[in-house]
Design a protein around this ligand. Structure first.
Ligand code: GFB
Length: 315
């Protein structure tokens, strides 16, 4: 990839896509191609083909997807499986047919079996049953990575597949019904503190363990692997460390300055008991994340207060 290569970032307004755009711009890449959802519906095959025929990108970062937390995944199974299958099939196929040199596909750590040994190595894929709350999304993502591998084998198309762990950062979704746990807790604790509430309700038992990667670290890994990795094997991207949801809640309470009680609503699902990636394959290539969890949450909290909470007060 040279600084003037034509690079299409699909999903540039999302958490991941916007971080990739920031990273590429900071690294001096000048010819970035982006389209909003209104300009180009990636679920529409004919529209995607027209777009590739017109713009002829050389590299593609496929960061467009329908994503959400545990409740959204289990409430909208059809939307999650259909939209992701459509988006990724249209983009991967058009990229191959219109001569893209290399494509980067993003999966998720939820592709691994619910009870996979921890930390989860790349070879555990398809060795057991999936977590039911997100099997629809996971099946779509598995199909996406298999599509990339099949196009490489049959057509020699250079598509690489990254499996990031749970992500967070500026630009995250803070809607309490559809978001992931980390932005949800930032919002809940912030609102409880500012409204003087005595309790914050956290879903589930608090015992599940999750690994959290700042999205700017993921974007850094995306650029690194776009430059240095050309294999069929999927590759995990994470920090190698996890924490329990209870510990996460306590940390966010401390960062937001909430000193009341934390209550667990066990009528809500826990999901996978533990989801920690084995990152030795990526780390052996010399890459490391740079942003610690406390620092990353502090920065995301600041972003939330300035971009979301303050704006909400003025609506
Ligand atoms: O982040 P999260 O929604 O997704 O939930 P998953 C992680 C854990 O946090 C679960 C608990 O045990 C939740 O019950 N939790 C506690 C909360 N309070 C809250 C809250 O207020 N909101 C949310 N959302 N969770 C998703 C998958 O799984 O992770 C996707 O559904 C994808 O497919 C994504 O893989 C990264 O880690 O359980």
């Amino acid at each position: 990839m040279t600084k003037d290569s034509k690079i299409f970032i699909a999903g540039h307004r999302g958490l991941v896509g916007s971080a990739i755009v920031r990273k590429l711009q900071a690294a001096g890449y000048t010819h970035l191609i982006t389209r909003t959802r209104n300009e180009l519906d990636l679920r529409n095959q004919a529209a995607v083909e027209r777009f590739f025929a017109e713009t002829q990108p050389t590299y593609v970062f496929l960061a467009a997807a329908r994503v959400g937390g545990i409740l959204a995944n289990s409430t909208y199974p059809a939307d999650f499986i259909r939209d992701n299958l459509q988006i990724q099939t249209n983009v991967i196929d058009a990229a191959y047919r219109f001569g893209v040199k290399k494509l980067l596909f993003l999966g998720s750590s939820c592709i691994y079996p619910k009870h996979a040994p921890q930390p989860m190595k790349e070879e555990y894929l398809l060795t057991g049953a999936l977590e039911p709350t997100n099997e629809w999304y996971a099946v779509a993502k598995i199909a996406g990575l298999k599509l990339c591998q099949a196009y490489r084998r049959q057509y020699g198309f250079n598509a690489i597949c990254l499996m990031p762990t749970n992500l967070y950062g500026p630009g995250d979704n803070f809607d309490l019904e559809t978001s992931h746990v980390l932005p949800a807790l930032i919002r809940k604790f912030h609102e409880a503190k500012t409204q003087g509430a005595k309790q914050v309700v956290v879903w589930g038992t608090g015992t599940p363990r999750r690994e959290f990667l700042h999205v700017d670290d993921l974007a850094d890994a995306c650029l690194f692997l776009m430059q240095h990795y050309n294999d069929e094997d999927i590759i995990n991207v994470g920090t190698g460390k996890d924490i329990s949801i209870r510990e996460l809640a306590e940390l966010i309470a401390e960062i937001t300055g909430f000193s009341g009680e934390i209550v667990f609503d066990t009528s809500k699902p826990d999901g996978t008991p533990r989801k920690l990636l084995d990152v030795s394959r990526l780390w052996a290539m010399g890459w490391r994340p740079k942003i610690g969890l406390r620092e990353g949450i502090e920065e995301t909290y600041h972003w939330y207060v300035t971009h979301y909470a303050e704006k909400a007060m003025h609506v």
